[in-house]
Ligand binder design. Structure first.
Ligand code: FAQ
Length: 328
C-alpha cells in the first residue's frame, strides 16, 4: 500500500519532494498553522506521510526492543516488589509498541512490513537499547533517565499535528510517568544505600551518560529531518532543545543524589544554557547503523519471537483451521 504511493524517486533523507498540488499543499499547511489535527483520511503531502511512518515506526521498534535490556532483569530483580514493578513496566513498553504500530498503520504501512523491516535491519530504533544492562543499577538508570528523556520527547510531540500519533503519545506518557517514578525510587534506593550500592549506581550512570546524550538525536546543525518535521509540526522541538530540557530538569536531581556526571565540562552558563562535551557522534552513527554492543543480539531475539509466534498469528487470523503448536 505504502509503496504504491510512490510516484517520484526519493533519496533516504527526503531531499527530493513529491510534486504536490500547490493549492492542496497550501490548504494543508494552513490547517497545521491553525493547530488542527490531521486525521488518517485527510489529504496530506506524500512527504508528510513518509516522515510520519519513518518516525512512528522507529518509535514503535524502540519500544519493543526497549523491553529487552530491562527484561533481562525480571528474573533477577532484587525482591518481589521490584520484580512485580519491573514486569509491569516491561509489559507497558510492549503495549506502547502496539499503540504506535497501530498509529503507523493508519498511514498505510502494514505491521508485517514494519516488523520485517525491523528484523532485517532496514529500520532504525533508539540507539540506547543497543547497550547492555550490566547490573541491576543499569535497569534503574534506564527506568529513570531513559524514561525521563522519552517523556520530554513525547510530551512535546503529543502537541503535534497528526491525530493518531498525538493520542498514542498522550496515553503513553501517563504510563511513562509512572515508570519514571519507579526508576527514580530504584536509583534513590541505591544512591542512599551501602557503598557497594552507591558504586554500582555510579558505574551505571557512567556507562549510560553518553547513550543518554545521544538519545535526543544529532546536533541541530547536522540533523537531517528536523526542519521539515518542525515545519509540519510533527516534531515540536529540535534535538538540541530537548537535550537542553533534559539537562535542565535532571542534572540537578542527579547531583542532589551525590552522583557525579562523567563530563568535566558540564555546566550551565550565564545565559542559562548547558555546556557539555560533545558525546562521540561517531559512536552514535556506528550504533544506529547496526554496529553497537548489542544490535545483533537484540535483532536475533526479535527474529526468534517472530518465528515462534507465527503459529499464534496464523491461528488468530483463521480460527477455523487446526494448527499443531510447536509444543504439541
Ligand atoms: N536513535 O535528522 P535526525 C523510549 C537517526 S522510546 C537511533 O535528527 P529526527 C521508551 C534518525 O532516525 C525512544 N536513531 O532525525 C522506552 C535519522 O535516521 P534516518 C524512541 C536516531 O527524526 C524507555 C538520523 O539519525 N523515541 O525510549 C536517533 O529528526 C525505556 C538523523 O537524525 C522516539 O523514537 C536515536 N536516538 O530526530 C522504552 C521518539 N536520533 O531515519 C523502554 C520519536 C536520530 O534518516 C525503556 N522520534 N536518529 O535513517 C523522534 O522524536 C525523532 O525521530 C528523534 C530523531 C528525535 C529520535
Amino acid at each position: 500500500m505504502y509503496g504504491s504511493l510512490s510516484i517520484v524517486e526519493y533519496d533516504n533523507h527526503g531531499k527530493k519532494y513529491h510534486e504536490e498540488d500547490p493549492k492542496k499543499l497550501a490548504e494543508f499547511e494552513a490547517r497545521i498553522e491553525r493547530g488542527e489535527k490531521i486525521e488518517p483520511k485527510d489529504w496530506m503531502p506524500y512527504e508528510y506521510r513518509r516522515q510520519l511512518i519513518r518516525m512512528i515506526e522507529q518509535h514503535a521498534h524502540s519500544e519493543i526492543i526497549g523491553a529487552l535490556p530491562e527484561g533481562t532483569w525480571i528474573t533477577r530483580a532484587p525482591g518481589f516488589k521490584r520484580k512485580l514493578a519491573l514486569l509491569a513496566k516491561v509489559q507497558d513498553e510492549v503495549g506502547h509498541a502496539q499503540l504506535l504500530y497501530s498509529a503507523a498503520e493508519t498511514l498505510g504501512k502494514s505491521r508485517e512490513e514494519m516488523i520485517n523491516d525491523l528484523i532485517s535491519g532496514k529500520s532504525k530504533y533508539s540507539n540506547v537499547f543497543n547497550y547492555p544492562a550490566v547490573t541491576w543499577a543499569d535497569s534503574a538508570i534506564i527506568a529513570w533517565l531513559i524514561d525521563a528523556g522519552a517523556i520530554i520527547n513525547q510530551v512535546t510531540n503529543a502537541k503535534g499535528s497528526y491525530g493518531p500519533y498525538c493520542r498514542a503519545l498522550e496515553r503513553i506518557c501517563y504510563e511513562e510517568s509512572f515508570h519514571l517514578k519507579y526508576g527514580y525510587d530504584s536509583v534513590v534506593h541505591l544512591a542512599t544505600g551501602t557503598p557497594t550500592q552507591r558504586k554500582m549506581v555510579q558505574d551505571a550512570l557512567n556507562r549510560w551518560w553518553t547513550p543518554i546524550m545521544h538519545f535526543f538525536g544529532p546536533p541541530d546543525k547536522v540533523s537531517v529531518h528536523t526542519e521539515i518535521l518542525m515545519k509540519w509540526q510533527i516534531k515540536m522541538a529540535s534535538n538540541d532543545a530537548m537535550r537542553q530540557e533534559f539537562l535542565n530538569m535532571y542534572v540537578p536531581k542527579i547531583w542532589e543524589l551525590g552522583l557525579a556526571i562523567p563530563d568535566p565540562n558540564l555546566k550551565k552558563n550565564a545565559n542559562g544554557v548547558w555546556e557539555y562535551t560533545e558525546p562521540d557522534w561517531n559512536e552514535f552513527m556506528r550504533v544506529i547503523n547496526g554496529d553497537g554492543p548489542c544490535n545483533k543480539e537484540r535483532l536475533a531475539v526479535r527474529r526468534v519471537a517472530e518465528e515462534k509466534g507465527r503459529w499464534v498469528r496464523k491461528a488468530l487470523l483463521s480460527p477455523n483451521e487446526k494448527y499443531v503448536t510447536p509444543l504439541a
